[in-house]
Ligand binder design. Structure first.
Ligand code: 5GP
Length: 191
């Protein structure tokens, strides 16, 4: 008889805008296949190279609202006042039940909602090496307009102050190193 699967512990990583959460998540998707990375639904349009069902489920407002109404999302939020993002609930529950290493990379508002519904999850704050570094990254990315950048900077200030709400902080000084620290933390948390 095979061993019953032990449920995995849900890990939620959040942090300020432009800290590199997406880059760390992409690195983990590529290099750490033992981690099950949740695919969010979003109403924002795909960027070049983004694949529906891999990077996000790209949906319109009506479909997003339907998912919310039908209780299909574990959490959801409007990010930067522009687009809606949410975590499909069923795949996360299946990954936990199957004993995978389930990871959500979401914004702070979403992390707070997950804390309400799944308080035994582990909450990891991804921090920039310094405030100056965060500003450099925000401005250097060059994918946003001036107005969007100002809005992101304002969001980042508020989000940096949220570090104390989290169980663990990982400094994103280097993507590969930060990803390795997060994955080994996840492996040590597996039940
Ligand atoms: P981007 O549009 O650059 O891919 O992501 C923008 C922001 O949305 C990031 O801060 C990311 O963490 C957040 N995000 C991505 N998926 C979700 C989700 O399912 N829920 C929430 N609350 N935020 C998300």
């Amino acid at each position: 008889m095979s061993e019953p699967e032990r449920p995995g512990r849900l890990v939620v990583v959040a942090g300020p805008t432009a800290v590199g959460k997406g880059t760390v998540a992409a690195y983990i998707r590529e290099h750490h296949p033992q981690v099950w990375l949740s695919v969010s639904a979003t109403t924002r349009p795909p960027r070049p190279g983004e694949i529906d069902g891999v990077h996000y489920f790209f949906v319109d407002d009506a479909e997003f609202d339907r998912m919310v109404d039908d209780g299909e999302l574990l959490e959801h939020a409007v990010v930067h006042g522009r687009a809606s993002y949410g975590t499909p609930r069923a795949p996360v529950e299946a990954a936990i039940a199957a004993g995978r290493l389930p990871l959500l990379e979401i914004d702070l508002q979403g992390a707070r909602q997950v804390r309400e519904t799944a308080p035994d999850a582990l909450f990891v704050f991804l921090a920039p090496p310094s405030w100056d570094e965060l500003v450099d990254r925000l401005v250097g990315r060059g994918t946003e307009t001036e107005e969007e950048r100002a809005a992101r900077l304002e969001t980042a200030k508020v989000e940096l102050a949220a570090q104390r709400e989290f169980d663990v902080t990982i400094v994103n000084d280097d993507v590969e190193r930060a990803a390795a620290e997060l994955v080994s933390l996840m492996e040590s948390q597996a039940r």
